[in-house]
Design a protein around this ligand. Structure first.
Ligand code: RIB
Length: 306
């Protein structure tokens, strides 16, 4: 299965902290590491681990971080023939604070990732048109996301958009999606007033479905994921595991779901595999901690002895 990811590539600066800072706080970190990240790159790496052939479309800077990020793709077998190296732009970075319970707060300076343009996507037309699924997020310019979605639709390629971080989306973009994946906060942000006076996630998800996406999936953290489409509404439960680091867990979930979309599988079955993959990812540090397909299937079947 061939998948193409259009999105961000960052170097993550990961700080382990006792608690995430509140406004005005200064918090001392107990450790500092760097590792490859960016929602686009994390999702590309997850797709690869789950067995897909993956093309990444993105931009890095002409700097040490950019070279490290390209080498990471090479080491993991992610195609990067459509990753542009931007002269004069720093590679994107994210400062990722991870607290004692594994929860995180993230600041992103997109740098080169913020220059990913519709022209870059046009240059990768063969990768988009020839994919079984195209996967995007919102850490790159919206005009680039819109151009990609339009190109994929025109070629009849299914599109999965992970609307993270959330920002208002044009109706025609939402209506062109096969699957829209958001967390609870993102669902409420995207739905705006349509979430109702009680700011209900279920109402927000219904409103997003009514805007024309073929399916909406809302990740609910430890409560699982809400799957909505024309056939109804289903909650896929999460797995209770020991959490080390939640960074990139959403990316693992989204990419695993996209594998199912690319392979034409049932969306709810795909969400169950995605929940298993995310449960394995949160037990490991880093944003690119997704399991292999065999690991996820074994976990899902319970054959790992839990
Ligand atoms: O979803 C996690 C990712 O968000 C991190 O890797 C960071 O780079 C930000 O893009």
């Amino acid at each position: 299965m061939h998948a193409t990811v259009v999105g961000s590539i960052h170097l993550d600066w990961v700080l382990r902290v006792p608690a995430l800072p509140a406004p005005g706080d200064t918090v001392l970190a107990s450790s500092r590491t760097t590792s490859p990240g960016g929602k686009g790159a994390n999702q590309a790496v997850t797709l690869r681990r789950l067995g897909a052939q993956v093309e990444m479309v993105g931009v890095v800077g002409d700097d040490d971080a950019g070279r490290e990020l390209l080498a990471n793709f090479d080491a993991l077998g992610v195609g990067r023939g459509h990753v542009r190296v931007a002269a004069g732009e720093p590679s994107g970075i994210a400062v990722v604070a991870v607290d004692a319970s594994g929860d995180n707060g993230i600041l992103v300076a997109p740098g080169a990732s913020g220059t990913l343009s519709p022209a870059d996507v046009a240059g990768a037309a063969a990768a988009v048109d020839g994919a079984a699924v195209v996967l995007l997020q919102l850490e790159v310019p919206l005009e680039t996301v819109s151009a990609t979605v339009a190109a994929a639709r025109a070629a009849g390629v299914p599109v999965v958009l992970n609307a993270a971080p959330a920002r208002p989306l044009p109706d025609e973009l939402v209506a062109a999606l096969d699957v829209l994946v958001v967390n609870e906060g993102e669902a409420l942000t995207l739905a705006g007033a349509d979430a109702g006076p009680e700011r209900s996630v279920a109402a927000a998800a219904e409103a997003l479905l009514a805007r024309g996406a073929r399916a909406v999936v809302v990740t609910l953290g430890g409560d699982g994921a809400l799957v909505l489409d024309a056939s109804g509404r289903t909650v896929v439960p999460a797995h209770r595991v020991e959490v080390v680091d939640t960074t990139g867990a959403g990316d693992t979930f989204v990419a695993a779901l996209a594998v199912g979309v690319g392979e034409g599988r049932d969306l709810r079955d795909s969400a169950r595999l995605a929940a298993a993959a995310a449960a394995l990812a949160v037990q490991r540090p880093g944003a690119q901690s997704a399991p292999t397909l065999a690991e996820a299937q074994t976990f899902l079947s319970g054959a790992d002895g839990r």
